[in-house]
Design a protein around this ligand. Structure first.
Ligand code: ZN
Length: 454
């Protein structure tokens, strides 16, 4: 009998250790090291993708001039937003990892895409039975007759089905449920995930078949278990949004075949995920009358301009320490802006509770939203509303200066398109073109904005 081989893995980052340690010296987490059995079966028994009957391609070194530069061949997913984020469709032989919190709609998105495609798709689920998937599929709009559904968790069995059915695209839901015979550790453990993923990547590269993997992420936002998985695959997509909101955002965190700046927006409906082609209209909440504490910002999410509503509530603190809470906007940045308002513009916010919310459950990182955040806070604090036809797009610096932001033209055009009449920008922004119908107000300090608004 073969000796059982084990190794120690950090469940947080995937680092491997020869013996148990209390603290992972790779990610500095405590108590994350777990022993896993990595005993491989003796060679020759069982089947793996690398022992298959597929002809092997031998790599050949080429002179740089000899390498053909034709674009990668892509398979369209018939889903515009998904194609956009991928950079034009699934590249043959690529491996895509779709990450997201449990329950956010990753399976729905991929099943919907599998049903919308015209190609042979093999959808492998380790989480749901075939009848459950059929029930879910019936609610979706697509009707791809060439979409095969398989419930299986063992990679060797999946490869057998693949050899018999010859799919154009393989979807795995999810990588955490897979296990391979070559490793003893339980499904979901670091070594299982890594080994199963490695087999699928080898399969994708050798057969030129794109593979899409679903990976659950933890609340902290990392793919559960292996960070290494992100390094192994070609494309990492993140599906995010608030489960209580209907909007979902698809972003590329890594893309070997395209830009990571692209963004896809979906709305969760009973019939699946609807593509949102004009996102600005839905992100601004409908309101009948002028309310205090809201301001609209012309932001850019990736390459797309988005008009986003910022809501703030400022009230006198009931308890000793004032509360600061923020949804969709960095809390540290909020604290910084509050300090700037206090120190540079003389607003007494130190004893006030401040609550901030980005409408629609979005997370915004574009600094151009700063000015709208400041104005929403001031509007609530002063009990003065900001006219509905005004929007903002500028960063606020530590000395209270209003700073320029990139790609201002796109932001102005989007604001104009949605019927805004005034946009407040930094004085330092160079504005290309001059035939705008929207009134452009340029400011350099918070005091000037206050004068314009209130
Ligand atoms: Zn670690």
């Amino acid at each position: 009998m073969a000796k059982i081989k084990t190794s120690f893995f950090c469940q947080n980052c995937g680092a491997q250790f020869p013996k148990w340690v209390g603290k992972c010296n790779s990610c500095n987490e405590w108590n994350t090291i777990v022993e896993e059995i990595i005993q491989k079966e003796p060679k020759g028994t069982g089947r793996n993708w690398n022992q298959s009957t597929q002809p092997k391609r031998l790599s050949k070194a080429l002179k740089i001039q000899e390498i053909s530069t034709s674009h990668e061949e892509r398979i369209s997913t018939n889903n515009k937003e998904f194609n956009r984020v991928l950079g034009g469709g699934l590249v043959r032989g690529s491996v895509v990892l779709l990450g997201g919190e449990p329950g956010i709609g990753k399976s729905t998105l991929l099943l919907q895409i599998a049903l919308l495609m015209k190609n042979n798709v093999l959808y492998v689920s380790g989480e749901e039975s075939q009848s459950q998937i059929r029930l879910r599929g019936e609610r979706l709009e697509g009707t791809n007759e060439n979409c095969l559904i398989l419930t299986e968790t063992k990679t060797q069995n999946i490869f057998k089905v693949i050899e018999n059915t010859n799919p154009d695209v393989v979807v795995i839901d999810s990588i955490q449920t897979l296990h391979t015979d070559y490793i003893e550790a339980s499904p979901g453990s670091i070594s299982q995930i890594r080994e199963s993923a490695a087999e699928l990547i080898k399969f994708a590269k050798e057969t030129n078949t794109p593979v899409v993997l679903i990976g659950h992420i933890t609340k902290e936002g990392t793919i559960a278990g292996p960070k290494i998985l992100e390094h192994m695959v070609d494309v990492v997509l993140q599906f995010e949004g608030d489960r209580n909101h209907t909007y979902r955002i698809l972003r590329a965190q890594k893309n070997r075949f395209g830009s990571t700046a692209e963004l896809g927006i979906y709305e969760m409906q009973n019939s699946g995920l609807r593509e949102v082609s004009n996102p600005s209209e839905i992100l601004i909440s409908e309101k009948d009358s002028d309310l205090t504490g809201t301001a609209i910002s012309a932001t850019l999410e990736g390459m797309r301009p988005l008009m986003i509503e910022v809501q703030a509530l400022v009230s006198t603190a009931v308890y000793g320490t004032p509360q600061r809470s923020s949804t969709g906007y960095n809390i540290k940045r909020l604290n910084m802006l509050l300090a700037v308002l206090e120190k540079r513009a003389g607003f007494r916010l130190g004893a006030k509770d401040v609550f901030l919310n980005i409408a629609g459950g979005l997370k915004v990182e574009d600094p151009a939203i700063d000015l709208a955040v400041v104005c929403a806070i001031l509007s609530s604090n002063e009990e003065e509303f900001i006219p509905q036809n005004v929007c903002f797009s500028a960063e606020v610096g530590l000395s209270g200066e209003i700073r320029a932001v990139n790609r201002i033209e796109q932001r102005i055009i989007e604001a104009e398109k949605l019927g805004f009449e005034k946009i407040i920008l930094s004085k330092f922004n160079k504005i290309p073109g001059n035939n705008y119908t929207i009134e452009i107000i340029r400011v350099s300090k918070i005091e000037e904005v206050v004068k314009v608004l209130f």
